[in-house]
Design a protein around this ligand. Structure first.
Ligand code: 5RP
Length: 223
């Protein structure tokens, strides 16, 4: 009898499968998190074929450099073909919650520079409605209390992520209890509050492809 793959093995499988989306000769957009760490390790095997990477966090930059992959300034490129990143939740339309690793704003920036967003995730991340995973919101420090009041009025229970300061010097408020039935509308609503740097709903710029690690192998979903 074959044994079911562990979550780490599923992450490694999708990290490896993402290599098929890397365009030789190009700069690759790289996300953040444990699934992306598997992708970075796989990318090292084809580092001679790429021009370098744009990274969404200091942690990913460190790992890329440790593999000898050059990390480029995002302001120095006109565009990149693909951005590869994980998700905390993804729905059947490619909308995501991201920011569990506190890198959501830089992730949104690199995703915006890229023509295509390829999400890599194990099957536990696939949901029918976003919102079971606490929604991260990156907030300028002086606005934390006011943004928390807005989030309560929206029906959520906000808590400050203790001890976490983002790569941008800001704070993360995690919101429980939201049922996100209209991801695009909620993303737009929260994004416009003064003091919000960005909200971890990726709907305006959602995934175009998801490589999902399942017991039956890597399943490709396109949106
Ligand atoms: C970081 C993120 C990650 O993509 C998300 O948290 C998933 O991480 P992991 O692959 O470790 O489950 O959004 O800000």
């Amino acid at each position: 009898m074959t044994q079911a793959m562990t979550q780490d093995e599923l992450k490694a499988a999708v990290g490896h499968a993402a290599l098929a989306y890397v365009v030789p000769g190009s700069v690759v957009g790289v996300g953040t998190g444990s699934t992306v760490n598997c992708f970075i390790d796989a990318l090292a095997t084809m580092k001679a074929q790429i021009r370098g990477a744009i990274s969404s966090s200091e942690k990913s930059s460190e790992r890329l450099r440790a593999h000898g992959i050059e990390v480029l300034d995002s302001n120095g490129v006109d565009g990149i073909p693909v951005y590869i990143d994980g998700a905390d939740e993804i729905d059947h339309a490619g909308h995501m919650i991201k920011g569990g690793g506190a890198a959501l704003t830089r992730e949104k920036i690199v995703a915006d520079i890229a023509q295509r967003f390829v999400c890599i995730a194990d099957a536990s991340k696939l949901v029918s409605t976003l919102g079971t995973f606490p929604l991260p919101v990156e907030v300028i420090p002086m606005a934390v209390a006011q943004i928390s009041r807005h989030l309560k009025a929206l029906g959520g229970q906000p808590t400050l992520r203790e001890g976490v300061v983002t790569d941008n010097g800001c704070r993360i408020v995690d919101v429980r209890g939201l049922k996100i039935t209209d991801p695009l509308a909620m993303e737009q609503e929260i994004n416009q509050w003064p003091g919000v740097v960005s909200v971890g709903i990726f709907a305006r710029n959602k995934a175009g492809v998801c490589l999902l690690g399942t017991a039956q192998g890597v399943k490709t979903m396109t949106f």
